[in-house]
Design a protein around this ligand. Sequence first.
Ligand SMILES: Nc1ncnc2c1ncn2[C@@H]1O[C@H](COP(=O)(O)OP(=O)(O)OP(=O)(O)O)[C@@H](O)[C@H]1O
Ligand SMILES: [Zn+2]
Length: 726
Amino acid sequence: MSHLIAEIAVPVPMRRSFDYIVEQSVVEGARVWVTFGRRKVVGIVLATKSHSDVDEARLKPIDAVIDTHSVFDTDLFTLLRWASQYYQHPIGEVLHSALPVRLRDGESAEAPPLEYLRHCVDLTDFDWQKLKRAPRQKVLLEWLATGQRPASEVRQSFSQSCIDGLLKHQFIEQFEAYPESQQHWWQGLSVADKPTPNLEQSLAITALVAMHNQFGIALLEGITGSGKTEVYLQSIEPLLTAGQQVLILVPEIGLTPQTVARFANRFNVPVEMLHSGMTDKERLSVWRRSNEGEVGIVIGTRSAIFTPFKRLGMIVVDEEHDNSFKQQEGFRYHARDLAAIRARQLNIPVLLGSATPSLETLHNAISGKYRHLVLQARAGNANVASQHLLDIRDQPILFGIASGMVERMRAHLTQGNQVMVFLNRRGYAPSLQCHHCGAVESCQRCDRPYTLHRFSNRLHCHHCGDQQFVPHSCGSCHAHNMITQGVGTEQLEQGLSELFPEYTVMRIDSDNMRSKVRLHQTLEDINSGKCQILVGTQILAKGHHFPRVTLVVIVDVDGALFSADFRAAENLSQLITQVAGRAGRAEHPGEMWLQTHQPGHPLLQDLLLNGYGHFARLTLDERKAAGLPPFSCQALLRCEAHDQEQAYEFLRQARDCFASSQVELLGPIPAPLEKRQGRFRMQLLVQSPQRAVLQKQLFTALPSIESLSLANRVRWSVDVDPQDFS
Ligand SMILES: Nc1ncnc2c1ncn2[C@@H]1O[C@H](COP(=O)(O)OP(=O)(O)OP(=O)(O)O)[C@@H](O)[C@H]1O
Ligand SMILES: [Zn+2]
């Protein structure tokens, strides 16, 4: 007997689907329970067919059908299947990673009914004497007499015993119902007061509005503080009025309540956030509401690109150059690039905004593939901060700060302004050394120095997360003479408190800002002027608006000037420009000072004299000459093994699976971070000027690589359009 067969995507790291027998009806994109090996897993129906290549007697039936409809809208399903091929990642894992965790576990995609409370006695005849000794119950009963309320809302104001009391006497009752749909949020949409756009902003807004309802990509290249967010707000307004939804992607740690508040304050539409700090339940709730069209604006980090929408009208990618849009493990997608693909399918525009656009995006804008919109002046009354290099060669330095800089800081502080000191190095000191024999305390598993953290009083390995007690004597020679080398943010904070005892210093880095609430509170303290000196890492660089900061000091970036990574210069100049952009954003003029031992370095000279835009265009010319991205396409094969020889051998064999006449092959070579967590790391880079050639080679080579006998004995992965070469 022949059955109907379903091709099921199962969340396992295999680049294929699996056939199951269909006994109930199923639709494409629906979730089903299937038995895989000895486990029961949630799979997704890719297609149905009448015949399997596998002997049907060996096929298992689907255990249960979870959804009657697809859990992906059509465009999302197409996007994900495309992404699985483009990024060479197993379809089962791709589809799973695009769903909220609770849906991966089989929970219903439809919102469950809510619990409500309502009164059930006739209040006109009600004997209020009965509640004489229970005034709270009386208040609650009177409130419910005005209409039913969700139980969760009632519990915010009344104790459970108060509610239980009324329930027990059957004065009120509890029941389940579906909440009223908020689908028509745009009816009666109101827009709060807004500034009049300046000329450049007006031009950008007009151009963007003209792009509505059709596919197109625009780059908004606007210097820091030029009012890009204002352009987003005004260009999405007509869409919201027409009931279309908007997705705004923001970098991981740039997602501040400040951003959300700006959108929510402008439009009285439902605005929802999506980020890693939320519970699975909260994320599922946003997913459902957006899917039903009940949300006007979704603001989220990378994975929010997979949110379903009923009527998506535009995608905005803010700070599009940010590397957090690229997923660095598992399904290694780039949210900005997927945004472009999704928009093309939906026939809607994408807006990419940045003061420091990535060279990929800039190249597309210059070559005319993207619409190029430019904001060259700061919005409102603010002026661009002046930028300077401070030559610190032979200068006395205390806690990382040159003495000349201390005086400059004092000048700003005495005028009642704030100073921001930037150092991209967490902890107290980047290494602990024996002053007698010179040995440096290092992580054995990564062969890299430990960072000393005074706050936790531990040595931390920033590569594998390992922690150790701080030794009193040297592990090699046992001498009691341990000293620290270099300065981290903890030491900088302590040092600045000593140098400026009359001012309050606050440190912002990922060690002390783990929770979103804490970060939010600190940002408020900064803006209300509770502290005057801010010390921090790149968290400070991202999109924050600190009106009182007039001086930004960059303590040390010299190390990054000599990195082997071809993107290092791009990333460093983006960072410097973004950090500098925090100064002088309101009425007071701002300045940025960068301390360096390399004042003549061409990158620093060009960046400070001519700005990021000039630097970026020069660097594009260099990339072109060298045949590097965006003038070529890359894929990186990574391999890790306890045995270095094995990692090398696997990639050597993998190299032979490619046609070397078709693509350029570089490696295998050791990764810059050669060892991590006890495993040796190697890389093989595959490169071609043509995307199609690279893709074709990956398609033919990967099945052969997968079947190498070493493939199951090492850890390996493929990364298409790699960002991180460490
Ligand atoms: N046309 C305008 N008139 C007056 N003020 C404006 C105007 N446009 C923007 N602003 C104000 O200028 C400040 C900076 O604007 P905004 O935050 O939009 O800049 P941005 O380019 O997004 O900044 P960044 O990329 O540096 O984070 C904000 O306080 C904003 O309210
Ligand atoms: Zn380590």
